[in-house]
Design a protein around this ligand. Structure first.
Ligand SMILES: *Cc1c(COP(=O)(O)O)cnc(C)c1O
Length: 367
């Protein structure tokens, strides 16, 4: 049986009529840039998070850059983030002129460790970017405590966590701003690149909206230099359709994750991801840990089962950050995790049979 990591086509087939109609309507009205479809999605997504302002932008990386700029982050500043994220997070920090400062993670959650943030602070530190990696919300209560104590801004990188909650609060509703990627494979994915910034800060929202649209306030009234990073009408219309399914899809992801854990937890040599009661982990990725990661991955590939590694290197190991980040040994938890993590196939449309096949092959390997 061939089992992919995600199956976007299976999802499309389930909502084909609505998607096709939404695309046709945008084309019919030629509402490609800005316009009613973008406004409708922005309002719906803001409401989904329970936060006032949503600004659609070109992608999740731009969302991070613009959110940081909107909060006044720039040259000379330092921004602390998790060392085990996707490169877009530190890349965005650098693009503002600020410097990314990496921080190790908690062994259980694999997310930014609030205790260690304090060790990374200098007088240049201006902000923290917690990354809700794999679909689980970072320890926001304690991160916000540190931020308050040291007067730092908090921008949540919620690219992988649409619909996740912690103590009832939605991912992206904790910080000064949050950023969202609608890359096709994300939990809420467009049919191309797309992203958004969400914030309660009216001034930051206004700046972000103008910055993403050439700094303009009117057609040719450019208040300052910005860029072109807009959510387009087709993507917005598609996202509006898919947003209505997001809760259901998150439930399915959680159910599949529970099934995996139930079926895998007795295998010695495998650690399943935590699923705490007070949290709604939405499993953008279901990441197990095993010392036999590479051999297991090879075995599964030989049976047609695709897996992933998110991510094969911590940021401190990348050529781009090797100089500035210090040696990987400075990040012992993430450095150890990165050779043990394996992402199993998981998407809402997966069948019980597919999950059982993956588990059967894993059992076969450990036998
Ligand atoms: C996908 C992702 C991004 C970047 O989003 P793009 O839309 O691809 O630019 C940023 N951070 C994390 C954690 C991501 O997973």
């Amino acid at each position: 049986m061939q089992i992919p990591m995600v199956d976007l086509h299976a999802q499309y087939l389930k909502i084909k009529e609505e998607i096709d109609a939404a695309i046709a309507e945008v084309i019919q009205k030629s509402a490609f840039i800005k316009g009613p479809f973008v406004e409708r999605f922005e309002a719906a997504f803001a409401q989904f998070l329970g936060v006032e302002h949503c600004i659609g932008v070109g992608n999740g990386t731009d969302a991070l850059v613009i959110a940081l700029k909107a909060l006044g982050i720039g040259p000379g500043d330092e921004v602390i983030t998790a060392v085990n994220t996707f490169v877009a997070t530190p890349e965005a920090i650098s693009l503002t002129g600020a410097r990314p400062v990496f921080c190790d993670v908690e062994p259980g959650s694999m997310l930014l460790d609030p205790e260690l943030i304090k060790e990374r602070l200098t007088e240049k530190t201006r902000a923290i970017i917690p990354v809700h990696l794999y679909g689980r919300v970072a320890s926001m209560d304690r991160i916000l405590d540190v931020a308050r104590q040291y007067h730092l801004k908090v921008v949540e990188d919620a690219a992988q966590a649409h619909g996740a909650r912690r103590h009832g609060i939605t991912a992206g509703a904790f910080g000064d701003a949050s950023t969202h990627s609608f890359f096709p494979g994300k939990n809420l994915g467009a049919y191309g690149d797309a992203g958004a910034i969400v914030t309660r800060n009216e001034e930051a929202a206004l700046f972000a909206r103008q910055y993403a649209n050439h700094g303009r306030s009117t057609k040719y009234g450019h208040q300052f230099e910005g860029t072109n990073s807009r959510l387009d009408g087709l993507q917005a219309a598609i996202l509006s359709v898919k947003l209505r399914y997001l809760e259901r899809w998150c439930e399915l992801r959680r159910k599949h994750a529970q099934d995996y854990t139930r079926l895998l937890q007795d295998i010695e040599g495998i650690t399943c991801p935590e699923m705490p009661e007070a949290e709604q982990h939405v499993f953008h990725l279901y990441v197990i840990r095993t010392p036999y990661r590479d051999a297991l991955r090879k075995h599964l590939a030989s049976k047609g089962i695709n897996t992933g590694i998110h991510y094969p290197q911590i940021m401190a190991e990348l050529p781009a950050y090797r100089q500035s980040a210090g040696p990987p040994e400075d990040y012992p938890v993430a450095a150890a995790l990165r050779s043990e993590i394996l992402s199993l196939p998981l998407y809402p449309e997966m069948t019980a049979e597919q999950i059982e096949s993956v588990v059967a092959e894993i059992r076969e390997f450990y036998r």
